[in-house]
Design a protein around this ligand. Structure first.
Ligand SMILES: Nc1ncnc2c1ncn2[C@@H]1O[C@H](COP(=O)(O)OP(=O)(O)O)[C@@H](O)[C@H]1O
Ligand SMILES: [Mg+2]
Length: 331
């Protein structure tokens, strides 16, 4: 029997109010995260990854946001319809999130220990010596050397990589079941990026967390995730196990992303970026939103929005011409 996923986003459409009216930032997005799984969400900047992530925790500004369709089931409970008190509990102790820029999320006038203690007080009622002990333990968990001394530092005394470790410590403080990491390594240099990914990989095992890793970089996702969800212009265009995605990408956008990943074993200069640019939510594009950039575009792509279809074992994509060519089953 199949067990229900830990998190199931179905047909989520989110609109924002802008000067010209309401625009659709993400459209009909569905994705699942199974317990213990690591799902990568990839797509160029502006594809709707952060809007999707922020929707899970209900972090959009209410007055200018409209959730026009969909459900987000977390352990069977629809987060879009949960009470504020339930959401506060879930945010603190079930689902945690880390962002690209740790400095903007850390308070510059509080020590590391003070900030982590505050989380521990709010969500676990820990104070005093018990909180201090847990702070040092958490800093150790995220491999910060000399943790008991570092705890009393202010954020500006730490390097970017160390700050991201502190953010991770705060995120895992209440042992969440799901960690959403939105471009956690984008602001860091390559060596530090690799260390943070390794830390996340270790913590995922140690704490048996599920992780949703968001990145514009398919190389990062490929190293980390078991499943990949590819987003383009507010839509999921492909969803597949990582090995399968590289072996047999279905959507032309995925193919473009793959050819843009640097290959370590090749010294050929490679500048295979996808020509053109991602449309803004304001731009009306009839048919497939990737069609203006697609090398394999056909007439039929220009008049109808393609729907997600089964392309193989646990793989689906939004590209009827490619699916037809591959002889995939229609699901
Ligand atoms: N609060 C907002 N108001 C209006 N437009 C927004 C808002 N947040 C995001 N968008 C737009 O939605 C699209 C998707 O954004 P985002 O999810 O941040 O992309 P990314 O994949 O880079 O994380 C972008 O075009 C962005 O400009
Ligand atoms: Mg983003």
């Amino acid at each position: 029997m199949l067990t229900a996923p830990l998190l199931a986003i179905s047909n989520l459409t989110v609109q924002f109010r802008v000067d010209s009216g309401w625009v659709t930032a993400i459209d009909d997005v569905s994705l699942d995260v199974d317990a213990g799984d690591c799902v990568g969400v990839v797509g160029e900047s502006g594809s709707g990854k952060s809007v999707t992530a922020l929707s899970i925790l209900g972090l959009h500004a209410r007055a200018t946001t409209r959730i026009s369709s969909g459900t987000i089931l977390y352990q069977g409970q629809d987060l879009l319809r949960a009470r504020a008190s339930a959401m506060r509990r879930i945010r603190g102790s079930e689902i945690a999130m880390i962002f690209q820029d740790p400095m903007s999320s850390l308070n510059p006038v509080l020590t590391i220990a003070d900030q982590i203690s505050e989380t521990l007080r709010q969500h676990q009622g820990l104070t005093g010596e018990a909180a201090r002990k847990r702070v040092v333990e958490l800093l150790g968990l995220v491999r910060i050397p000399d943790a008991s001394r570092r705890a009393d530092d202010y954020p500006h005394r730490l390097s970017g990589g160390m700050r991201q470790r502190v953010m991770i410590a705060m995120a895992i403080a209440c042992k969440p079941r799901l960690l959403i990491a939105d471009e956690p390594t984008t602001a860091l240099d390559v060596t530090i990026q690799a260390q943070i990914l390794e830390l996340l990989r270790d913590l995922r095992k140690e704490l048996s967390m599920s992780v949703m890793l968001i990145s514009h970089d398919l190389g990062v996702i490929a190293e980390f995730a078991q499943r990949v969800v590819v987003m383009y212009a507010g839509r999921v265009v492909e969803d597949a196990p990582v090995a399968q995605l590289f072996r047999r990408p279905v959507h032309p956008y995925t193919m473009g992303l793959i050819s843009a990943v640097p290959k370590l074993d090749s010294d050929a200069p490679r500048l295979a970026t996808i020509p053109g640019r991602i449309p803004s939510p304001q731009e009306v594009i009839p048919g497939c939103r990737f069609s203006p950039r697609c090398a394999l575009v056909q007439d039929s792509c220009l008049d109808q929005q393609p729907s997600m279809q089964l392309a193989g074992d646990r793989q689906s994509a939004r590209c009827p011409p490619r699916l037809l060519a591959l002889g995939a089953r229609h699901g």
